[in-house]
Design a protein around this ligand. Structure first.
Ligand code: HEC
Length: 131
């Protein structure tokens, strides 16, 4: 390769790279602030000990990656603010959250729902159904 073509290719690659990094700085911050606060609520109550996100976490409760598709925001908020008693022995309440915490958590679930997961979590099989 001649030195001149090498110089041109280098200049173009550098220009392209500079343009890409400039563009990425122009994009809005991808995680809304409320969702970040909701993630903090998720951590504070250690929800991961019983629920998975993206398949990672506890298996006591359901995988909640796309829970917002299954329940409305209002249903979820009511569930968190006035929690039911829990399986398996129904002796303990599901963690109780304030209205504010519940709303932030729902924003976190809405954000999670936008992340493409190729159909994860899979639908639960009925007992007796073949794999
Ligand atoms: C000690 C285990 C445990 C912890 C901790 C826990 N959960 Fe649960 N969760 C369950 C179980 C079990 C259920 C199934 C409902 C039932 O039988 O009471 C459930 C149900 C749910 C549901 C309803 C799911 C559906 O399909 O409708 C949501 C939403 C949920 N939990 C969110 C959370 C969040 C958010 C936290 C943290 C604030 C949390 N859970 C903490 C065990 C837990």
């Amino acid at each position: 390769m001649k030195l001149r073509s090498f110089m041109i290719i280098s200049a173009l690659s550098f220009g392209g790279f500079a343009l890409m990094s400039w563009q990425s700085q122009q994009l809005p911050h991808p995680i809304p602030q409320e969702a970040t606060q909701g993630k903090q609520v998720w951590q504070d109550y250690n929800c991961i000990s019983c629920h998975a996100l993206f398949g990672n976490g506890g298996y006591n409760g359901d995988d909640l990656t796309h829970i917002i598709n299954k329940r409305s925001s209002l249903e979820l908020i009511n569930f968190f603010v006035k929690p039911p008693v829990m399986r398996p022995n129904h002796k303990r309440l599901h963690p109780q959250l304030s209205q504010d915490e519940a709303e932030k958590l729902v924003q976190y679930f809405k954000f999670l729902d936008k992340i493409p997961t190729l159909g994860w979590p899979p639908k639960a099989r009925k007992s007796g159904e073949n794999i």
